[in-house]
Ligand binder design. Sequence first.
Ligand SMILES: CC(C)(COP(=O)(O)OP(=O)(O)OC[C@H]1O[C@@H](n2cnc3c(N)ncnc32)[C@H](O)[C@@H]1OP(=O)(O)O)[C@@H](O)C(=O)NCCC(=O)NCCS
Length: 164
Amino acid sequence: MVFETPRLRVVPWRDDHAETAHAAYSQPDFVKFLGNPTPHPDLAYTQQWVRRAADRNGFWAAESKATGELVGAALLQPLPGGDGEYEVGWHVFPAHQHQGYATEIGRSAVAHGFANGRNEVYAVVKPENIASLAVARAIGMHSLGRTDRYYETTTELFVIRRNG
Ligand SMILES: CC(C)(COP(=O)(O)OP(=O)(O)OC[C@H]1O[C@@H](n2cnc3c(N)ncnc32)[C@H](O)[C@@H]1OP(=O)(O)O)[C@@H](O)C(=O)NCCC(=O)NCCS
């Protein structure tokens, strides 16, 4: 396990996650605000994607502690195009949304970053992604305004600092 939240465990991706992941990442509405907004075309694609994700540090699967079910994903990685600053991210699959899981993932991923030497953690959110803006605010992140610096698009940049 990489870290846990009250109701989830955050773990490296495994092959048996592919089917559930595919059901979410193949939906245009689910991926439209992600760094890569192209839906996964078929299960074979997601199987490869899961293997690559398993080899990549900083992007993990989030499973229910109660049922073992895959409910989403957590991200904590150097911000692409940045100067070494870290970004946090959260994905919660449609069947599990509106239950506070993204807020748990965000809070615990930030705590994991602080515990591993980060003094500040950023999030970049597309301004149309109302749900994700709410998550960033709910976990105590502060908006630094909009920027065109990351992911070749306009995003709202948030930060949370270890010492407030
Ligand atoms: C964004 C996402 C992670 C939210 O997951 P979630 O588990 O439903 O979020 P939570 O239940 O923790 O809700 C957190 C806040 O967002 C709000 N929220 C959640 N979904 C919302 C929606 N569709 N519209 C408006 N607000 C929403 C909740 O009301 C809550 O706000 P509050 O703290 O003020 O009450 C989920 O919709 C998702 O994975 N979307 C697709 C992937 C994505 O866009 N990821 C983020 C990339 S930056």
